[in-house]
Write a protein that binds this ligand. Structure first.
Ligand code: BYC
Length: 478
């Protein structure tokens, strides 16, 4: 397997790499380390497999991808920015209305680098978290989707490394190296954000990760796409087009799991969704376990929004470096000076909202937008369950449930939002979050599939690139 890449030809880019010898050299010296990282930390056991992947070949939203069989280390990780918007201006904060920056504004250099590094750090982290999943894929279709997500997260790392190396000189190069050095879950060199050090041990987790955590990615990238630093905005805008597929993988994955469970229950005449043993005996996943996994991944993801009240967030907005989600579509002065925003809090054991300065509540606001968006997804899941006549409703747990970051980090709250003593919470934990027993059931259930689809997931409605669902999306023996 050749990994010798003719760099100029193999790295698709629309950033003029061919004419920028300094940048090309910087990226060239980073590239071998990246490939080394990919081979060590990327999909385990599948580096030689031929995978039917899409590669971005243009940034035209009408048709930017081509599909072909690729060995993943040879994937064409490219640097692609969405087209420039003519006369774009800083959309928010104290510089609102001034021309968007094409170079790093000196006074915001450290802040901007921090935002880019945090974003960049999540991308390889997710690949690391998912590296063993190929072995238990429920089908070749799902395996291919996992690898597609993985190579695109790799590309997103490239996107952030491009910004670091092009705009931040020596410290940008050092940060680029650090992005390959930190490792998800490593005690000494962990990834920066909590959720990216958690395990993604199985496919149910993977689908909830792509449903919830990639949705956070969409919100955060949406906010960064509003940046007054134009190269960041353009980079994130293109990343968002890829992100849509990742969320599709999550949502359709959960939908298909619910479908398989409900159809099997219906066929076996099982009406009680809490008759867990009977349901599990059918080779499908019981709904309460699916809910517990949702509780876990939702609460982990909420932590990614940072503290509800954050001066960091206020500073980034004021500086025009990070907007709100779809900033340009919001109708207000985009400066927020003197405005307030209601933030949920806990006072004397009771929840209530408090008006706080809108500038400091931007994390809470983005999180609220996220929650609204998740609720719609959960409603769609409940329609699937109801259509099969099963009496069960999935729910998002309370925002304060199982939190590690922000004002709810030190309180014990049930998924229904009751404040309970810490000891009772610990005693009830197995009803709220996945247990060791759940993990061993899943380990038994999710075996490598020789062909077709595993019992616990319905086939997709349609395949990828107009191919059928049972197409040979991954050729294991090359
Ligand atoms: N874990 O004022 P605070 C994605 C730190 S996902 C650990 O509360 P701030 C993807 C914080 O860094 C999207 N530490 O928060 C999805 C700060 O530390 P320092 C990723 C945390 O700064 C799937 C301190 O606590 N992108 O793309 O307003 C697959 C106080 O900070 C955490 C971004 O997040 C945590 N959860 O907001 C692949 C966008 N939360 O500086 C990819 C870029 C906070 O005092 N990042 N801290 O040492 C940001 O916009 C903000 O930095 C954050 C935090 C929203 C993360």
């Amino acid at each position: 397997m050749s990994i010798d890449v003719d760099y100029d030809l193999r790295i698709p880019n629309n950033v003029g790499l061919a004419e920028d010898a300094r940048l090309r050299k910087a990226l060239e010296s980073w590239h071998p380390g990246y490939l080394d990282w990919w081979k060590r930390m990327g999909p385990d056991g599948f580096q030689d497999a031929l995978v039917y992947l899409r590669t971005a070949v243009t940034v035209d939203p009408r048709g930017w991808a081509k599909f072909d069989y690729v060995r993943m280390p040879g994937y064409r990780w490219g640097i692609l920015l969405a087209p420039a918007v003519e006369d774009r201006t800083v959309p928010c904060g104290i510089h609102r209305g001034k021309p968007a920056w094409q170079e790093v504004p000196g006074e915001y250099r450290a802040l901007l680098r921090r935002l880019i590094v945090i974003q960049g750090d999540t991308e390889p982290a997710s690949v690391e978290q998912q590296r063993y999943l190929g072995k238990t894929a429920p089908s070749l279709y799902d395996m291919r989707n996992l690898f597609q997500v993985n190579v695109e997260e790799g590309r997103h790392l490239w996107a952030m490394v491009y910004l670091l190396q092009r705009y931040f000189g020596r410290d940008g190069r050092e940060e680029s190296e650090e992005l390959l050095r930190r490792q998800s879950g490593d005690v000494d060199k962990p990834r920066i954000l909590g959720a990216f050090n958690e395990e993604t041990p199985d496919w149910l987790s993977f689908f909830f990760f792509t449903f919830f955590t990639d949705r956070d990615g969409r919100m955060q990238l949406g906010a960064l796409a509003e940046s007054g630093f134009d190269p960041l905005s353009r980079t994130c805008r293109f990343m968002l087009t890829e992100e849509a597929f990742h969320m599709f993988v999550g949502e359709s994955g959960i939908t298909r799991i619910l479908e398989a469970t409900c159809v099997a229950m219906q066929a076996a005449g099982i009406e009680d969704p809490y008759d867990v043993e009977a349901v599990r005996n059918l080779g499908v996943i019981d709904l309460p376990l699916i809910q517990r996994k949702a509780n876990l991944h939702y609460s982990l993801t909420l932590d990614l929004f940072g503290s509800e009240i954050s001066t960091n967030a206020a500073t980034a907005f004021n500086a025009g470096l990070k907007g709100r989600f779809q900033e340009s579509k919001i109708e207000d002065d985009h400066r927020l000076v003197g405005d307030s925003y209601p933030v949920l809090g806990l006072v004397d054991g009771r929840f209530g909202t408090k008006e706080v300065p809108a500038l400091t509540a931007l994390n809470a606001r983005l999180r609220d937008d996220f929650i609204t968006n998740c609720e719609r997804g959960i409603d769609r899941f409940n329609k699937i369950i109801a259509a099969r006549g099963v009496e069960f409703q999935m729910r998002l747990p309370h925002v304060a449930f199982n939190r590690q970051i922000g004002q709810f980090a030190s309180v014990s709250i049930t998924p229904a939002g009751e404040v309970i003593p810490e000891e009772s919470w610990r005693n009830s934990r197995s009803g709220f979050l996945p247990t060791a027993d759940d993990a061993s059931f899943i380990r038994e259930l999710m075996r490598p599939e020789a062909s077709g689809f595993a019992s616990w997931i319905a086939p997709p409605k349609s395949g990828i690139d107009n191919r059928p669902g049972d197409f040979e999306y991954v050729k294991l023996v090359a």
